[in-house]
Design a protein around this ligand. Sequence first.
Ligand code: NAD
Length: 247
Amino acid sequence: MDKVDQLAGWIEQSQRIVFFGGAGTSTESGIPDFRSAQGLYSESGQRGYSPEEMLSHRFFQREPELFYEFYRTRLLHPDAQPNSVHHLLAELEHEGKLSAIITQNIDGLHQKAGSRHVLELHGSVHRNYCISCGHTYSLDDVLAQEGIPRCPVDHGIIRPDVVLYGESLDSDVIGNTVAALGEADLLIIGGTSLTVYPAASFIQYFRGNYTVLMNASATAHDRHADLIITEPIGQIMEQIRQRRYSR
Ligand code: NAD
């Protein structure tokens, strides 16, 4: 049996699928990841700072202008559209077969595809708030300004509700993540190098039947996977969709 048939079969057998994803889920939507050859780490000329430094709490506090320059040009992709990964997962949720998407992404593409039960470990670029009065703003509000966005109410700095390096993850999101993984029967891990902690550590709570790892490059978790697929995840998910439609 080929790998796509194997995955398609496990998907049909399962009732509580959980997808755990990262930046590689959105590369086929045109959003670069961090650690691929074309990823943000491969770029030169970041003024000597790594993406992790520029996306840290410390950097945001000390250099908000540089933070926003990097954030606006590298992490905001308002026109990106969901790809076959996002669409297949939304369809599975709609059919009642998928119980949760746990994502390290901040791009909101799962919701754009129609998914509802999305646990955003690192927050979302679509939620923003004033650090002095707490007033909330949309991504469009941030895009309407240049440089550091300011709160029209009290002129405080508006920041994205994303978890910067050095900040803690939301405890409710962690609780829901652990619960979803503990109840899942199939875990599909996709497009993540599994190097960002604590996010990567949560997959240990999975107790179900099979773990599928869909990633272009090797990860530290490969030896625990029942099936490893290294071809582009969007193309594989599209093949699964085609097989499901043609049944
Ligand atoms: P990462 O860059 O460390 O790893 C991405 C992995 O996906 C790589 O191992 C790469 O080989 C693989 N990959 C890339 N394209 C693929 C494809 N089409 N098919 C299969 N595999 C593919 O990303 P990460 O593990 O998510 O960690 C980076 C952190 O940076 C995340 O926590 C996230 O918050 C943030 N980030 C988010 C976005 C986004 O929201 N889209 C983009 C970049 C970074």
